[in-house]
Design a protein around this ligand. Structure first.
Ligand code: 7SA
Ligand code: CA
Ligand code: CA
Length: 546
């Protein structure tokens, strides 16, 4: 019988203890929470930030197969903070039509008028899709496929999906063979209640999960079929996955005798979510962004006072339908947000509840990557989730509010006359962002308090019109921007002093400078040698010298 000496037993115990510490200490590996809302809606823990991984004209403009481009970018997408990517419809689309009366342009092939489940599409071939999806999943970016169960391009020779008519498979096979709206004339609509059709999609969804790394689905044109069908499909294939429905149908789009004709956008999309148990694109917010003032943005589903409503919202600024896309005709732009509001809109959706989606061209084609990456980092550092609490402050112009993250509070002021965050609620507030002449301002109140640290600079011999300042490597010290440096007082000249707040426990690097009063960017003298260091603690003193 193998017996452990007391010493060996202790060694093993110690090793186990170390292993446990290591696991807990690696936060990024454990950051992704899963699970449904308490009402059973599939939002994968509510900590998702999603990239829309295509735009309308990709099939006409990509320099090479799109799947290869996305695969090669997987590391960057992960590092930008995205936890999921919405990939285009994986099935081949051989349709085409000319969207312009004046120019000879060909649209079609984007996936929404797909032929069959063959995955050799305009985005790349089957193997490229498999590899791109596996690479993304391997990096921790969940793959969410665009799914179009409402209709397809039917009845061509050689199709791998060639269903006969008059068998109950299509809308046109009987008077009520479709429990939803028609797409266009409806002659390509499925009867998704038909067992064969239902199972066709169920098996394909399982295939996407087993062989194409699917972790979620985006259901297209959900006005076209019963939301209960979506819940059944998800239950049987990817019940713990992420799902979102695209219900783009305004109250006036419903017939007079339908309750939704007299309801709000929020009621309509929340009702869909209740029945499908999927999250839902926040067209209530989109409607306010398009038709309201910026202070009306609080009326999106994601701003609802009830967390059970906020948490199912999937917020967006524009997508491949509503917005512009690089390439022919600028894409579709059915309902584009005004350019000058775009950055404020992203500042809002990334600082507020719901699950935010960033549109590919905004992130990677039109110069907003650093701005958006910073917003995503702020969201994740403060632990803001789909269900986080939000409080708006109507005393100021524009949109002012606070989102309560699990690690701290974020105060946002967009296009507002609010001058000091402490007017909203006492601090200490630390400024995180100030863009576009103050139209976008964010502050944080971390759970980490700030402490007063005494800074001194010795031998600060100055001429008239010059003063000694401190500049350093964090927001309170000007982020090494000499125009944001902190001025000291010559009360013990030539030693200059001042008290500056730093976050308790944080270590900062800094230097003394002699700077012109009249021209803030003119530095007459930098402190020589290496940077000074200080770790913020109560009554800490830190001294530099010229
Ligand atoms: O107007 C914008 C808003 O203004 C606001 O002020 C209004 C809003 O209500 C108002 O408050 O929003 C309205 O307009 C929206 C955009 O049209 C509507 C919304 O309901 C309405 O209220 O949104 C609808 O259209 C979107 C494009 C859909 C929404 O789900 C839907 O509700 N988006 C998704 C659905 C599809 C289709 O799968 C995709 O469409 C979108 O990318 C996706 O995100 O055999 C069939 C057949 C025949 O019946 C036809 O006669 C024949 O012409 C085939 C042929 N149809 C072709 C189409 O004519 C052609 O346009 C088809 C084969 O190809 C094209 O269709 C494209 C579609 O244009 C394109 O957007 C489709 C298939 O390639 O792919 C895309
Ligand atoms: Ca999650
Ligand atoms: Ca339909």
């Amino acid at each position: 019988m193998f017996s452990l000496s007391n010493r060996h037993f202790k060694q093993i115990l110690y090793l186990v203890f170390l292993f446990v510490i290591l696991i807990i200490a690696t936060p990024q590996a454990w950051a992704d929470t899963d699970g449904k809302t308490s009402n059973g809606v599939r939002f994968h823990g509510g900590d998702e930030v999603i990239l829309q991984g295509f735009h309308w004209n990709i099939v006409r403009t990509a320099e090479e197969d799109w799947y290869k481009i996305v695969k090669d970018k997987a590391e960057e997408i992960k590092n930008d903070g995205f936890t999921g990517i919405w990939l285009p419809v994986p099935w081949r689309d051989q349709s085409f039509w000319n969207p312009s009366r004046t120019e000879n342009i060909e649209f079609g092939g984007e996936g929404y008028f797909w032929t069959d489940f063959n995955k050799n599409s305009r985005y790349g071939d089957d193997l490229e899709l498999k590899e791109a999806a596996a690479e993304l999943k391997g990096k921790g970016v969940k793959v969410i496929y665009d799914i179009v169960p409402n209709h397809h391009n039917r009845g061509h020779l050689g199709d791998e999906l060639d269903l006969p008519s008059n068998q109950g498979y299509y809308r046109t096979d009987c008077g009520n063979c479709d429990d939803g709206d028609p797409f266009m004339s409806g002659d390509s609509d499925f009867n998704t209640a038909n067992p064969r059709i239902y199972n066709l999609f169920k098996d394909e969804f399982s295939n996407l999960k087993e062989n194409y790394s699917a972790s979620g689905f985006r259901f297209d044109f959900v006005r076209g079929y019963a939301p209960e069908r979506i819940d059944a499909w998800m239950n049987q294939t990817l019940d713990e996955g992420f799902c979102v429905g695209e219900l783009w149908k305004s109250p006036q789009d419903y017939p007079n005798n339908d309750w939704r004709h007299h309801a709000t956008w929020q009621d309509i999309i929340k009702n869909f979510s209740d029945t499908s148990n999927c999250s839902v694109f926040d067209f209530a917010l989109k409607d306010r962004m398009q038709n309201g003032s910026i202070s009306d943005w609080k009326y999106g589903l994601n701003g609802n006072p009830d967390a059970k409503w906020r948490e199912v919202a999937v917020t967006f600024v524009d997508n491949h339908d509503t917005g512009y896309s690089p390439g022919p005709l600028g894409g579709q732009h059915h309902w584009p947000l005004a350019d000058q509001q775009r950055k404020m809109a992203y500042a809002y959706i990334l600082s507020s509840p719901g699950t935010p989606v960033v549109y590919w061209p905004h992130m990677y084609d039109w110069g907003l990557k650093d701005f958006l990456k910073n917003l995503i980092k702020i969201r994740q550092d403060l632990g803001i989730k789909a269900y986080s609490d939000i409080k708006f402050d109507n005393r100021y112009s524009g949109l002012v509010g606070r989102t309560m993250g699990s690690k701290g509070e974020l105060l946002f002021a967009l296009d507002s006359n609010l001058s000091d965050p402490r007017q909203v609620v006492s601090g200490p507030w630390r400024e995180l962002m100030n863009e576009d002449n103050g139209t976008i301002r964010l502050w944080e109140k971390t759970l980490k308090p700030e402490v007063d640290v005494k800074f001194s600079c010795e031998n600060g011999l100055t001429q008239l019109g010059q003063s000694v300042y401190v500049v350093g490597n964090n927001t309170n010290l000007g982020n090494w921007d000499v125009t944001q440096a902190i001025k000291l007082n010559p009360d013990t000249y030539p030693t200059w002093n001042n008290t500056i707040k730093l976050i308790a426990g944080e270590t900062a690097e800094w230097k003394c400078i002699i700077r012109s009063e009249s021209n803030p960017s003119q530095v007459i003298k930098w402190e020589q040698g290496s940077n000074n260091f200080v770790t913020a603690a109560l009554d800490e003193v830190t001294v530099g010298h010229f």
